[in-house]
Design a protein around this ligand. Structure first.
Ligand SMILES: C[S@@+](CC[C@H](N)C(=O)[O-])C[C@H]1O[C@@H](n2cnc3c(N)ncnc32)[C@H](O)[C@@H]1O
Length: 236
């Protein structure tokens, strides 16, 4: 899931219009990420300079929900989905949660995560190397499941099923946060990294199909003009 697109096809009727071969869709993405350097710039497709703005926006967003009172989300354990080298774990999740698990399909990124996170890596519970389409979160384990810049790598049906499993992975008052690019209209295929960018109404529909509700939604501000709009959705 890159922040901009170069080579693309657009479809108005959803993913079925743009993704013809599901298994090639997944294997091409895996091959793409295996060639990407395990750096912050690599994670953000050359936009490493926006990482701090991104993390500040995410921190403000998440802090609305965390705390001790009734209905507040706990700070015991978080899951970083499509974590890459752990850019979000390092600056957002490890400073706020006692334990963080990382899941990503690219083993090389998870190998890099340990040195990248440094001392704090000792508070990582698990480094799972797995595609989200196959990942089963442990039931009742997570206060927050953070899913950023990766949903475009899942087909509609796999995303719905993944979100459903995430729901089962939440502790009481737990929260799923999805932060990603959104298209102005329809679904845009990026043939370079083999991902799609969906319009917001379609994302909302997939969330609903997973049996989740959007409890809060925000657009990330202060990103460069030329990249996709990025929206953050809190779900439970
Ligand atoms: C754009 S990077 C974002 C990394 C991280 N979320 C961040 O914001 O710094 C996309 C990440 O998704 C991972 N990825 C791609 N397809 C995946 C899949 N099907 N399941 C899990 N991870 C996947 C890649 O290996 C890569 O680490």
């Amino acid at each position: 899931m890159r922040l901009t697109h170069v080579s693309c096809a657009a479809g108005a009727g959803g993913m079925v219009d743009v993704v013809e071969d599901e298994s090639a869709f997944y294997s091409k993405a895996e091959q793409y990420w295996q060639e990407v350097p395990p750096t912050v710039d690599g994670m953000l497709g050359g936009y490493g300079n926006i990482s701090s703005i991104d993390i500040s926006g995410s921190k403000k967003f998440l802090q609305k929900f965390l705390g001790d009172g009734k209905g507040k989300t706990g700070t015991g354990c978080a899951l970083d989905c499509g974590a890459g080298i752990g850019r979000i774990s390092k600056r957002l999740l490890l400073p706020l949660f006692r334990t963080v698990d990382l899941v990503d399909v690219t083993q090389e990124f998870l190998d890099k995560a340990r040195p990248y996170l440094g001392e704090e890596a000792k508070r990582v519970g698990n480094f799972f190397c797995c595609g989200l389409q196959d990942f089963q979160p442990q039931p009742d384990r997570y206060d927050v499941i953070w899913i950023q810049w990766v949903i475009g790598h899942l087909t509609d049906d796999d995303l719905v099923e993944f979100l459903r499993r995430c729901r089962g992975g939440l502790r009481p008052d737990g929260l799923i946060v999805m932060k990603d690019n959104v298209a102005y209209e329809g679904v845009i295929l990026d043939e370079v990294d083999s991902s799609v960018c969906r319009e917001l109404p379609l994302v909302r529909e997939l969330v609903r199909r997973a049996g989740l509700q959007i409890i809060y939604e925000e657009r990330q501000e202060n990103f460069p003009e030329e990249i996709y709009q990025v929206h953050t959705l809190a779900l439970r």
